[in-house]
Design a protein around this ligand. Structure first.
Ligand code: HEM
Length: 709
């Protein structure tokens, strides 16, 4: 039915007013000191999920649209389903919210775009916004907001869902079962590429402050009148086996910034992805031109760096004095030292290639060398992810079933802009499923010397080094960490976690930190992610009518612990369901069927809709066949060999797999590991011809002659 125009305008006015009062309340709360303090775990967490200034503006505009959507839904007494259906049909074009909609993007002609635009826009001319930074996630399934707009998912029955911390303590076991066929690099690469494609930022004020959602002095919940509207603190049961001793019954949690899409209509909340959705090296190069400017050296196509103890390290922020001074294309680069090591190696790889291209093509400008190098590094990143990482996570069968394997010869012929779809990251993937990788995290990091012997005094505990990459400048650290990452095993993906993540996340100098499992569960609920049973059906599995129906995919012990956490089989959080499934992984994969289906389909979406994907031919940005063949020789092992501090001379060819003879993957001399031949990038047009070299010499001679006179 038609919605009365007056009701629409009223809702718009009320939406605008509601956000104004939110800002007013925010000023009052912040004046009373209700922001997160430096040095607390909440502060480190806010660094992990910090949004840019541009993101904050976009998010506030979207909050206005959301507030109007809720007002209208309430006014017209719509059910959640009615709201879901009707709101997106209501255009804001003729309302005061028109200015809150994103402005349309104009692209240069497709033929002229040889290199990816840094913010991810204009990959597909028909939808220039697709994949751009600061655009919303998309969803594989309908949202599961309780009100069809923004209220977190609720229980399927009369009893409310249990607190995420309760779910964590009743379902997750502390343990350290390892995945013996793999290396810890599999975990770190998973985190590295996560930071290339997805970043949900918590709501932050215009001046970059994060609301505090608990009473930090007492550790108890805040009085509701002090709660910022974007706060959604996690209840900690009073008898919690860990936090009880510290008197904590509240874990701070801020909801994610929301975004508005280009349809300029009302609708449910869709969270904002602060970085480009493409697998395009944005964690190396940034997702905006200002970020890129701050990363480029401006000479020889290189990236900025710093030097310490003779080592090339990430650049250091000016006038920074704490442990978090390095920076890269993503603010999470120093979240842990191993991740910062991989960032350092990829920065070095960029500079290594830039120097080689500059030698081959002395006449190329900084810009050309930079862009050609960036294109090669992104191609390597994609190649390693699709030929080494994903086969290890998903198995060879799934690589075939989901057509994820890039072309081994020639080019991939099927890219067509007219049929390419939306490449945006799926909310279900980012807010729930891919987070199962957290289960692979080791609590103690072991480093190995050049004899592959563990260096006892370099072994460290993760929670002492969150957002502290100071170790990277210690002599020997990077090379020993490379050997550690390619020798130490990750934990298996299963319901066992290290307490470093479940009790000590971002603890800093305190005795306790946050619980990442609880954060993940709360995040899934507040993003309106559907429950596990619903997603099972989307993935082709039968709907379970009771817990025992899960027995084909989940082992009995794990089903029993699901029963302690949930009243109904329809309540299971997607992230927890996928962890539970990995107790019975699909043959050849580390994931159960639902987790595998979502991860595989996400990576298909990311690859197939990307005009610049490295094996796509016949596009202005395509690599020529000879170059593509060189990219195919690349491997993570080669990158580790090429960019260490000089002490890593051997490496197993498959760096994500254990260095053992039984799988024909022993460490071998680096010289035996194939490498790219960069002469394929020698530009015949750009080589100084004899004539062009004669001219400058004549000029130089004449100039000296003039000086002599
Ligand atoms: C030491 C290692 C790691 C730590 C400390 C860590 C920590 C975190 C934290 C604090 C968040 C934000 C939680 C929230 O408030 O919602 C997060 C998000 C996430 N993590 Fe990790 N993580 C690690 C490794 C990994 C790995 C190995 C993977 C996957 C293989 C992964 C995948 C994700 C994903 C997909 C997100 C959501 C990102 C977004 O959309 O913003 N993480 N992680």
């Amino acid at each position: 039915d038609e919605v009365p125009v007056d009701d629409l305008h009223d809702a718009v006015n009320q939406g605008l007013a509601q956000v104004e009062s939110m800002l007013e309340l925010e000023r009052r709360l912040f004046a009373e000191g209700l922001t997160v303090d430096r040095g607390t775990s909440a502060h480190l967490h806010s660094r992990m999920v910090a949004g840019s200034e541009q993101q904050q503006n976009t998010a506030l505009n979207a909050a206005r649209i959301l507030a109007a959507s809720t007002r209208l839904k309430n006014k017209l007494n719509w059910s959640a389903d009615e709201a879901r259906r009707a709101l997106p049909l209501l255009s804001l074009d003729n309302t005061l919210l028109k200015n809150s909609c994103p402005e349309s993007i104009t692209c240069p002609p497709a033929d002229s775009i040889k290199y990816r635009i840094i913010d991810g826009s204009c990959n597909n001319q028909a939808r220039p916004d697709w994949g751009k930074a600061n655009t919303p996630f998309q969803r594989a399934l309908n949202d599961a907001y309780a009100d069809g707009v923004f209220e977190p998912r609720e229980s399927s029955g009369p009893t409310p869902l249990k607190s995420p911390r309760f779910i964590s303590t009743s379902f997750i076991k502390l343990g350290a079962t390892t995945a013996n066929d793999f290396t810890l690099m599999l975990m770190t690469w998973g985190q590295f590429i996560t930071h290339d494609i997805t970043k949900a930022s918590s709501f932050t004020s215009a001046d970059g402050k994060t609301p505090q959602c608990c009473n930090v002095t007492s550790g108890q919940p805040l009085n509701p009148e002090y709660l910022h509207p974007f706060c959604l603190p996690i209840d900690i049961p009073a008898d919690d086996s860990f936090y009880q001793q510290y008197g904590q019954t509240c874990m701070t949690f801020v909801r994610t910034q929301v975004g508005a899409d280009y349809s300029c209509s009302l609708g449910h909340a869709e969270q904002l992805n602060g970085i480009t959705h493409w697998l395009d090296g944005s964690m190396i190069y940034g997702s905006s031109s200002s970020e890129l400017d701050s990363l480029r050296l401006g000479r020889g196509g290189e990236l900025k760096n710093s030097t310490s103890n003779g080592m090339e390290l990430l650049p250091v922020r000016p006038s920074c004095s704490d442990a978090t001074c390095y920076y890269a294309g993503d603010v999470r680069a120093q979240e842990n030292p191993q991740l910062a090591t991989v960032h350092t190696l990829m920065m070095r790889e960029h500079n290594r290639i830039a120097r080689a291209l500059s030698q081959l093509n002395p006449l190329w400008s900084d810009e050309v060398i930079f862009q050609e190098t960036r294109r090669i590094v992104i191609a390597q990143l994609q190649h390693i992810t699709y030929t080494e990482y994903l086969p290890a996570m998903l198995g060879e069968q799934a690589m075939r079933d989901y057509k994820l394997t890039p072309a081994a010869v020639g080019t991939y012929a099927q890219y067509d802009a007219a049929t390419a779809g939306d490449p945006s990251v799926w909310n279900e993937f980012a807010a729930a499923v891919f987070r199962v990788g957290h289960s692979q995290v080791q609590g103690n990091l072991v480093l190995y010397d050049s004899n592959d012997v563990a260096v006892q005094d370099q072994t460290f505990t993760l929670s002492n080094y969150f957002f502290d990459a100071s170790k990277l400048s210690e002599p020997g650290f990077i090379d020993n960490a490379i050997r550690g990452l390619t020798k130490q095993m990750p934990l298996a993906i299963n319901p066992e976690y290290t307490s470093q993540l479940t009790n000590y996340l971002f603890k800093g100098t305190k005795a306790y930190g946050m619980d990442l499992v609880a954060l993940n569960v709360q995040r899934g609920r507040e993003h309106g992610i559907p429950d596990y049973n619903t997603v099972r059906v989307f993935c082709g599995l039968p709907k379970a009518t009771n817990f025992e129906d899960l027995a084909n995919e989940i082992d009995q012990t794990t089903i029993d612990s699901l029963k302690t956490a949930y009243e109904s089989v329809d309540d299971i959080d997607l992230y927890i369901g996928c962890l539970a499934e990995s107790s019975r992984p699909v043959n050849g994969s580390l994931l159960g069927p639902t987790g595998l289906c979502i991860v595989a389909r996400q990576f298909a979406v990311t690859k197939n809709n990307d005009r610049f994907f490295y094996d796509v031919g016949n596009q202005p940005g395509s690599l020529i066949i000879g170059q593509l063949d060189e990219i195919r020789k690349t491997s993570l092992a080669r990158i580790l060999c090429d960019n260490n501090n000089g002490d890593v001379n051997t490496m197993q060819p498959k760096a994500f797999r254990a260095p053992v003879a039984t799988s024909n993957n022993e460490r071998q001399q680096c010289s035996l590991i194939p490498s790219m031949n960069l002469t394929l990038w020698k530009d015949p047009k750009a080589t100084p011809s004899k004539a062009s070299m004669v001219l400058p010499s004549i000029l130089a001679i004449s100039f000296s002659a003039l000086l002599l006179i």
